[in-house]
Design a protein around this ligand. Sequence first.
Ligand code: ADP
Ligand code: TRP
Length: 330
Amino acid sequence: MAISLTGIRPTGTPHLGNYLGMFRPALRLAHDHEALCFIADLHALIDVRDPEALRARTREMAAVWLACGLDPARAALYRQSDVLEICEVTWLLGCVAAKGVLNRAHAYKAAVAANRDAGRDPDAGVSAGLYGYPLLMAADILAPGADVVPVGRDQGQHVEIARELARAFNGAYGEVLRMPEALVDPTVMTVPGLDGRKMSKSYGNVIPLLAEPDELQRCVMRIVTDSRRPEEPKDPDTDTVFGLYREFAPEGDARAMRARYEAGGLGYGEAKAALFEVLDEYVREPRARYRALMADPGELDRVLAAGGARVRERAAATVDRMRSAVGIAA
Ligand code: ADP
Ligand code: TRP
């Protein structure tokens, strides 16, 4: 069975952008793939300096995966840091990676550009960890031999770098690494946030995925719309409220809502109320499962330990092949 693999950093409360861009496609792939899903705690260390917070966020993220429907009997759920082989693969890839590839990575380039704009040294505050981010991510993907990597559009470049590094390694040593492919859901691409920009925790414009009803309602009511009056026709394709409604409502309801937008006579207040209803219903069960999981840490630990052991076996086989290819083992 082909392998799908994806991870998320435990750096905040997951939001609807994460869900539509990554969790949902990953969980759908789990039906006909061996799905490997992980919490990228090593990547989180680049920004997080509070050990207790990292531990807590990692558990929360594990609970979110399970609450959203990951079945640990079929898919593997694990902590990146439990798969020690990933660090070794990172180094082996770093030795064939052109430094220029890392110079071009979006996150590093953005940090350098911000420093330049502020008149600072270009590398001020940039850790070697941030610079090497794409190497570690390539190792996440290549160590267990992933075929498909479901991610949001902003992560496409990282998967492309993983492919480039696999090519470089295989070019130097023969066909050792499997070539992965990114899967970016074309109907979702970039989920807009409350202010219409990409929904992102760094913009503070998110709708948390498992928000309690009152918070969910407050968020939905804050979504920015244009100033068209209720009687005017509206463009469903540029409106954030409809953009989200369409993803969560049954298809027939979404079609009917689209028609009402186009016909005029529907106010944004009413559209927001409909969005709130549909979201609240959609997350009711996951919200309850999440609460139950957080109350049972033993179960979370068991799931993570089993997932880690399963993925280590795969990663260890890759490491053996890589070691022997480069000449550091028989
Ligand atoms: P954030 O931008 O909030 O920090 P992350 O960078 O942690 O989110 O993203 C985790 C995963 O969710 C990635 O696969 C990313 O592509 C996806 N993702 C994040 N925000 C969105 C969005 N607005 N639309 C689609 N996918 C998203
Ligand atoms: N970089 C990803 C993000 O910020 C998280 C991640 C780490 C990842 N390793 C990965 C995603 C491997 C897919 C595959 O969202």
